[in-house]
Design a protein around this ligand. Structure first.
Ligand code: G3I
Length: 352
């Protein structure tokens, strides 16, 4: 009798918070399948072979599904510290692994990135550069990486995050030695190395109307007036649940009016933990809002999440107390965010 009562009590125990959270429900189709059907080039993801991802068979089994992901971005493998660790000495091993994976599964490859103030090798950060020397180093670097993957990469984030949030130029070592000409040098070197690749500037907090976006548009106009090659802008889109901007479409249309394409390049929408059903439902709405904005502007060529599972997201390590930013949770279960993305690609409306 007692064991039956114990069993009954156990059955009545509240489920743990995580098992009570909602999961994706309404969608069977893959996200890249839906993106392509909607006329976009891809739905894709960053992936990182500088971490254990590539030794995780469950992760790889889902990553390699073209119906889910039609595009890959190396989160780190093609950054300066990994790909040119010594002056003029290139190591393409990690980059090739991701390029080869994309090729094997017919996925679009984005190159990331050419010139950025972070993840630089010590020979770049420790040198007291003069303009001539750094101009040469930038030209050699960008030529080397873009040339290596010529014909295999759809678009390069040639210049990454050149602006401050107040619209001024980031005073990194490139700007300090070359002013804004490092941007010209990098874009022209990339074009010389691959005549067909799309050349992007990639940035965050330019996804919405504001000072930084205006500054980016002014930079673009300046480059266009100088005849510097530029194809597109990467809208990183690192957002917070409940705080997704309301001026995405208006802002996107301003870039389209400049004759550029653009892409959502690093989408994740983090929440303050612990996750709740309400936060998950808001996140679903937020993912819908961003992808729907891309759907509203034809110059938006595709959407990339900045890795697809919470298990390997950069967010918890960078934003303490925040996480659950991805469309799959850390157990590889699709969250309602997945439905939000899918419903947007399907062109359906979402019940608020
Ligand atoms: O490779 C080393 C490894 O040898 C070492 O053992 C380990 C522990 O110290 O660190 C490893 O380097 C880490 C690297 O990722 C590769 O895993 C760095 O510490 C870590 O800081 C670095 O973080 C990356 C971050 O950029 C750097 O700012 C993230 O993975 C990457 O997702 C993130 O991506 C950036 C985009 O490139 C640009 N937009 C913003 C986005 C998020 O910051």
């Amino acid at each position: 009798m007692q064991s039956a009562l114990v069993l009954l009590a156990l059955l009545l125990l509240p489920l743990s918070a995580s098992s009570a959270l909602p999961t994706a429900t309404s969608v069977v189709a893959g996200l890249n399948e839906l993106a392509r059907a909607a006329g976009k080039l891809y739905f894709g993801t960053a992936t990182d072979n500088t971490t254990p991802e590539f030794t995780d068979p469950t992760y790889m089994g889902i990553l390699e599904n073209y119906n889910q992901f039609g595009q890959l971005t190396p989160a780190n493998a093609m950054k300066w510290m990994y790909i040119e660790p010594e002056p003029g000495v290139f190591n393409f091993t990690l980059g090739n692994q991701i390029a080869d994976l994309a090729e094997e599964y017919g996925m679009v490859l984005r190159g990331h990135n050419g010139v950025w103030y972070e993840e630089l090798p010590s020979w770049v950060t420790s040198t007291d550069w003069n303009a001539t020397g750094l101009a040469y180093a930038v030209q050699r670097h960008v030529s080397g990486i873009v040339g290596q993957y010529a014909g295999r990469v759809y678009a390069w984030d040639v210049v990454n995050e050149p602006l401050n949030d107040n619209g001024t130029y980031r005073e990194d070592l490139f700007y300090n030695a070359l002013n804004t000409t490092y941007i010209n040098i990098a874009l022209e070197a990339a074009r010389a190395a691959d005549p067909n690749v799309k050349l992007y500037i990639n940035e965050y907090n330019i996804e919405y109307v504001g000072t930084k976006s205006t500054a980016m548009q002014n930079l673009i106009k300046q480059l266009q007036s100088e005849g510097v090659p530029l194809s597109g802008v990467g809208m990183e889109s690192h957002f917070i649940v409940g705080e997704v901007p309301t001026t995405l479409v208006e802002n996107f249309e301003a870039y389209a009016a400049l004759g550029l394409e653009f892409a959502i390049t690093e989408l994740d929408i983090r929440m303050e933990l612990p996750a709740t059903e309400e936060l998950y439902e808001q996140q679903k709405q937020d993912y819908y809002t961003v992808v729907n904005a891309c759907m509203q502007v034809s110059a938006c060529v595709g959407v990339t999440v900045w890795d697809w599972t919470d298990k390997y997201s950069w967010v918890p390590g960078t934003f303490p107390g925040y996480g659950d930013a991805c469309p799959w949770d850390a157990n590889y279960t699709r969250t309602p965010a997945y439905d939000g993305i899918a419903i947007a690609f399907e062109g359906q409306s979402i019940s608020a």
